[in-house]
Design a protein around this ligand. Structure first.
Ligand code: AMP
Length: 126
């Protein structure tokens, strides 16, 4: 069920539980600002999610409210995770879904990293 990205942050979301270590994840990277882990239902041979450690519903919330240090730390973490996985040469795709039309399902900002195959057109044909 897509979420309404204008709603306040909900601490019961699944990624908040992963950050609190209440449920496990297949971690690939962690630093002060970000956690990266494998998507539970991969849509490409390489499908990793990167999330900020702060309480942000979406890219909208994050870009409007996060301190500059958190934004810089998170953006650098996304690049680092892709670089460390060796994805730059062949290429990769970043995706952040925001709200209903984008089918955002988890109300904690996450950036998808897709790689490992030809990724096709940016959007499904209409
Ligand atoms: P989105 O539609 O952008 O909100 O994507 C949410 C993503 O979170 C989907 O690709 C799910 O497969 C993924 N996901 C949901 N629960 C988990 C989990 N416990 N661990 C890892 N990935 C998850």
């Amino acid at each position: 069920m897509p979420i309404d990205a204008t709603k306040p942050y909900d601490d019961s979301n699944i990624f908040a539980k992963i950050l609190r270590e209440e449920i496990p994840c297949k971690k690939v990277y962690e630093d002060e600002f970000a956690l990266a882990f494998h998507d539970i239902n991969p849509q490409a041979p390489h499908h990793v999610l990167v999330i900020p450690k702060g309480r942000y519903v979406s890219w909208d919330d994050f870009s409007a409210s996060a301190p500059d240090a958190e934004i810089a730390g998170f953006v650098r973490a996304v690049g680092h995770v892709a670089r460390e996985a060796g994805l730059v040469g062949a290429g990769y795709r970043l995706l952040a879904n925001i709200g209903m039309n984008a089918h955002q399902e988890v109300p904690h900002l996450h950036v998808h990293i897709f790689a490992g195959q030809q990724l096709g057109p940016m959007l499904a044909p209409r």
